[in-house]
Design a protein around this ligand. Structure first.
Ligand code: CTP
Length: 230
């Protein structure tokens, strides 16, 4: 399989030195890329600004903003069988980005924002037979919101996690997630390393791809070179 994995936060600049972002460190997405490469798959890793080494055997594409990440996903999706959106994409960006550093005296007291594109919703028309996997990072029981996002974003699988815990979610090496599939099945995984969570997600994808290849008339995904759909 060829996996397209997004990881990390995005940054939405208001001038060359200031930005809006979030607490994502990219560890879960990089673990997914590592687990996929370890299993022998081709991996394109679209990474927001993170301080992590590129997993061996993967192709890394660095991006900064949500719009950069969307462009990279549109470039690479045609070549992919599976899209895993583990990135914490910033939902909003400053309406204006200054070309030079704003002086304190000229900083507005309120920041005007505009919405970023929803990457999963934007590329939904290109899904075809590809698997789309999303993440739902919530504070508190993530399952209800995860189910809503699974349906709203047309996903095959959503990985739900409660990021208010100290041993799961942002910036730690462990995670406790529930895998919720579009067919109504779900699997609660115990606390485990992010690499083991990633391996479990990989197994789900591998089983689903081989199941659909074996039981249905899985159509050609129309894979082609990067950029074909932009
Ligand atoms: N996502 C996306 N594009 C965005 C925001 C999120 O593709 N602009 C993806 C994320 O990568 C994740 C899934 O959508 O796989 C859910 O992201 P999340 O931030 O939990 O949900 P939102 O749709 O942003 O909703 P909210 O912030 O209100 O919880």
């Amino acid at each position: 399989m060829h996996l397209l994995v997004t990881a990390g936060p995005t940054r939405e600049h208001l001038d060359p030195v200031r930005f809006l972002s979030n607490r994502s460190t990219g560890k879960m997405g990089f673990a997914l890329a590592a687990a996929a490469a370890e299993a022998g798959h081709a991996v394109t890793l679209v990474a927001g600004p993170v301080a992590l080494d590129t997993p061996p055997g993967t192709t890394r594409v660095d991006v900064v903003s949500a719009r950069d990440m969307l462009a990279a996903v549109q470039d690479w999706l045609p070549a992919a069988d599976v899209l895993i959106m583990s990135a914490a994409v910033a939902d909003w960006r400053p309406r204006r980005c200054a070309g030079i550093k704003l002086k304190k005296a000229s900083m507005p007291a309120t920041l005007e924002l505009e919405p970023n594109p929803d990457i999963l919703k934007t590329v939904a028309p290109l899904k075809g037979e590809r698997l789309f996997v999303g993440f739902a990072a919530e504070t508190g029981d993530p399952a209800p919101e995860a189910r809503r996002k699974l349906a709203a974003k047309g996903l095959d699988l959503i990985v739900a996690n409660d990021v208010s815990q100290t041993d799961a979610g942002f910036a730690v090496d462990t995670n406790r997630v529930v895998l919720i599939a579009a067919d109504g099945t779900s699997q609660a995984l115990p606390l485990m390393s992010k690499l083991d969570v990633a391996r479990a997600i990989m197994r789900w994808c591998e089983e689903r791809i081989s199941y659909s290849a074996g039981t249905s008339t899985r159509q050609e995904t129309g894979r082609s070179s990067p950029g074909a759909f932009r």
